[in-house]
Design a protein. Structure first.
Length: 86
């Protein structure tokens, strides 16, 4: 997302700032939802070794956001392709 924002002449910043800009540009539906999704990363990536229950919970929560992630990915790819065509 930060790289796409740069190409769109937006200044990337902290994650929440980037999410707000992406929402304003129509790339994601909700900055707040994306911030919530981003908080699932650490339990999925770092803490799973020590706490299987935490990993399970994070994976189940993350699964609820698969459609939003896929939709945003498609929008970002379409925007990148549009920019490359110009």
């Amino acid at each position: 997302m930060p790289q796409l924002l740069l190409v769109l002449a937006e200044k990337p910043g902290a994650a929440l700032h980037n999410f707000d800009r992406a929402e304003r540009l129509g790339l994601i539906e909700s900055a707040e939802t994306w911030f919530d999704i981003s908080k699932l990363r650490n339990p999925m990536v770092h803490e799973y070794i020590e706490n299987l229950a935490l990993l399970t919970s994070a994976l189940q929560a993350g699964h609820q956001h698969v459609a939003a992630l896929a939709n945003a990915g498609q929008k970002m790819m379409a925007e990148a392709q549009r920019l490359m065509a110009h």
